[in-house]
Design a protein around this ligand. Structure first.
Ligand code: ADP
Ligand code: MG
Length: 258
């Protein structure tokens, strides 16, 4: 049986304000989920909380992965368990190429597994990187670029997808760019998820973009509103949002019990 990420009744405060008000969600290895919802509904708060950002204070609930409550683990321990979380390394690192960064990330994980590990050899790493870039139809020159240094939103996502491909996690959480509605970035994420999808990868793609089905084919679609998942369904739910927008969600759930 594959790995399962289970979010149970998660409550989160930001600056003493409740933002997540009881989120429940189960993602299994091999499943593709989309989390949608209007701006400000709490989608990114969920992503930041899962990655262990210190500004996000968990006031209730738990997140279980492989029998552990990951909220009690450090971010690198979460990654070691097989979780991939967006924004892990959002900053520009001048002088560090995408390839160097990926090799460092792979070696850090190997060292957690075995303190005596000497790291992946350069030829082995080259083979892995080439295979993954070909799988993602990426230009090999991209690996030589300095990480996030002057990257467009799309290039940042490309680096993130390449990181996802080389680290081979069991469950990945991918949030949209901070710039919001960046179609190019969403397309890169969608094509990457499409190329990497399979029985060994579970994905939660987070977006507020309503026409998501043009880009990604999730089996499960969830709508967040006011810090809760208020609707869940299949691709038809995304289609409904594409046609009708989020107004009906607001009308149905605004002022719902706090
Ligand atoms: P979404 O990703 O769905 O657009 P967010 O999770 O970014 O929503 O935001 C949800 C609410 O939490 C918003 O009201 C936002 O202002 C607030 N919030 C999120 N992160 C922070 C933060 N770091 N500091 C202050 N307020 C925040
Ligand atoms: Mg967001």
């Amino acid at each position: 049986m594959g790995s399962v990420l289970e979010i149970r009744n998660l409550h989160v405060n930001v600056e003493d304000q409740p933002i997540l008000n009881g989120v429940n969600l189960i993602i299994k290895q091999g499943e593709i989920h989309a989390l949608m919802g209007p701006n400000g509904s709490g989608k990114s708060t969920l992503a930041y909380t899962l990655m262990g950002h210190p500004a996000y204070e968990v006031t209730g609930g738990e997140v279980i992965f492989k029998g552990e409550n990951i909220l009690e683990l450090e971010p690198d321990e979460r990654a070691h368990l097989g979780l991939f979380l967006a924004f892990q390394y959002p900053v520009a690192i001048p002088g560090v190429s995408v390839a160097n960064f990926l090799r460092t990330a792979i070696n850090a994980r190997r060292k957690l597994e075995d303190p005596n590990d000497k790291g992946i050899s350069i030829p082995e790493f080259r083979r892995l990187l080439t295979k993954k870039m070909d799988q993602l139809k990426m230009d090999h020159g991209f690996a030589g670029r300095y990480l996030n240094d002057g990257f467009s939103g799309g290039e940042k996502k490309r680096a993130e997808i390449l990181q996802l491909a080389t680290l081979e996690p069991e469950i990945a959480i991918l949030d949209e760019t901070d710039s919001g509605l960046d179609i190019d970035a969403l397309r890169i994420v969608a094509e990457g998820v499409d190329a990497l999808a399979g029985p060994n990868l579970g994905v939660l793609v987070i977006t507020h973009y309503q026409r998501i089905l043009n880009y990604i084919k999730p089996q499960f679609v969830h709508v967040m509103f006011d810090g809760r998942i208020v609707e869940s369904g299949g691709p038809d739910l995304a289609l409904q949002l594409e046609e009708a927008g989020y107004d009906w969600v607001r009308e149905k759930y605004a002022g719902a019990a706090q």
